[in-house]
Design a protein around this ligand. Structure first.
Ligand code: ADP
Ligand code: ASP
Ligand code: MG
Length: 406
């Protein structure tokens, strides 16, 4: 049995946005190597590179071929991985950069929203054995058809957790531009509070419903493999937020609030199961992954999905109107999700949320719940204000909120 301690770190786009920032990351990585860790660093594309590449693709084709899109988007991470390896070499340490494919990240063939099936990190292990710092391009893998795939927006987090699991790492640290996971997006709610620790399920719900500080698939992986994730700010001494098992429950029932402004929604009447199946099949082909669907006895059918990874919105719109009639699909809605383990044990949270929004004259167009979540659908334009209203209504910014008991 070796004495090796493996550390997996992931640095997000804002942390590697410029050459200067890459050099700063190189210094942080080297410091860990000096401490005696075998270091694997997963990087995102520099700054807004992914958005810029997407824009170029869409200037050429409204619905770009998804295989070609993945060839293009995966290039962003190649730029940062090679530059970081060079910066580490300049600092006097041996480093090698590897693509997702070279790192053994095997995925489904669902381009632009691929899922990791398996990690075979033999090359990574060999390089670590040689004493090198290994830099891995996040967000990408290779399908069993040997095509390059990408994992969906924010997918570098998933690369990091999957590698940490496959390498049996001591820790998995995800570095971004915030000190950790907050009760709400701190850009939207300035007095949001940082959570010291959070359970997998609550984090997964937050991430799935819009808290992009961590990627939902990454949290799912961490839960399955029992890996603790440390969410921290690059270069900060703050301990950040740890995502792990057995975290005490929030006192108010609401741990945090997630929101999304870019969603597609479906709401149709008189729908049969065959039409639902048809729609699901079409969405699967288009790479759209609905996060909520409901079909009731009276024939009502509703669905909500994020538009982040949808690169064929016209087809989504057309499919909906063919199957369910014009007007069933809309893209002017947003969602707010109140998250907390056991949140629906009483009706109090749902009642308070409805009350607080109505008092502000904000119209709620739909609602759905689970044991972890109360989700409200409203006009996209009302979302940001509503997040602030609900954050205040549940006193998540005060000392007596979730954080106080941790
Ligand atoms: P990176 O590029 O490093 O992956 P992201 O932009 O994907 O970083 O994620 C960090 C951002 O997530 C923050 O700047 C913040 O605005 C946003 N965010 C949304 N919800 C939350 C939350 N609950 N806690 C912290 N940050 C959040
Ligand atoms: N570069 C990709 C994105 O912008 C992946 C990531 O940052 O995690 O979504
Ligand atoms: Mg991210």
């Amino acid at each position: 049995v070796s004495e090796r301690r493996i550390l997996v770190q992931k640095y997000g786009g804002s942390s590697v946005a410029t050459v200067e920032k890459l050099k700063a990351v190189a210094a942080l990585v080297v410091a860990k190597k000096r401490e005696g860790f075998d270091v694997v660093v997963v990087v995102s594309a520099m700054g807004d590179t992914t958005d810029e590449l997407l824009e170029k693709a869409k200037a050429i084709s409204k619905e770009p071929d998804r295989r070609e899109l993945d060839m293009l988007l995966s290039a962003g991470e190649r730029i940062s991985m090679s530059l970081l390896a060079m910066a580490i070499r300049e600092a006097g340490f041996e480093a090698v950069s590897l693509t997702g494919s070279q790192s053994g990240i095997i995925t489904t063939a669902s381009h632009a929203s691929a899922r990791i099936i398996e990690v075979r990190p033999f090359r990574v292990e060999d390089e670590l054995e040689l004493g090198r710092i290994v830099i891995v391009a996040g967000y990408q893998g290779v399908s069993y058809r040997r095509d390059v795939t990408t994992l969906g927006r924010g997918g570098s987090d998933t690369t990091a957790v999957a590698l940490a699991a496959a390498l049996d790492a001591d820790a998995c640290e995800i570095y971004s531009d915030v000190d950790g996971v907050y009760t709400a997006d701190p850009r939207v709610v300035p007095d949001a509070k940082k959570l010291g620790a959070l359970g997998y399920e609550e984090m997964q719900e937050l991430a799935t419903h819009g808290a992009r500080v961590l990627n939902a698939q990454a949290v799912q992986f961490a839960k399955e493999k029992g890996i603790a994730i440390y969410a921290r700010r690059t270069g900060s001494a703050d301990p950040g937020t740890v995502i792990r098992r057995d975290v005490p429950k929030a006192s108010s029932g609401v741990r945090g609030i997630a929101h999304e402004t870019k969603v597609g929604t479906l709401d149709a009447a008189g729908v049969g199961a065959a039409a639902v199946a048809c729609w699901l099949e079409a969405m699967e082909k288009l790479g759209v992954q609905p996060k909520q669907i409901a079909h009731t006895e009276s024939g009502a059918f509703t669905a909500v999905f994020s538009l982040d990874d949808v690169h064929a919105e016209d087809s989504v719109r057309r499919t909906a109107s063919d199957l369910f009639g014009a007007g069933a699909y809309r893209d002017d809605r947003g969602c707010i999700s109140l998250i907390g383990d056991g949140i629906m044990r009483t009706a109090q949270v749902a009642l308070s949320a409805i009350g607080a929004l109505r008092k502000e004259g904000i119209e709620i167009s739909a609602m759905s719940t689970s044991s972890f979540r109360v989700t409200l659908t409203l006009r996209a334009a009302d979302v940001l204000k509503s997040v602030a209203v609900l954050h205040r209504a549940f006193a998540l910014g005060t000392e007596f909120s979730a954080e106080a008991i941790l």
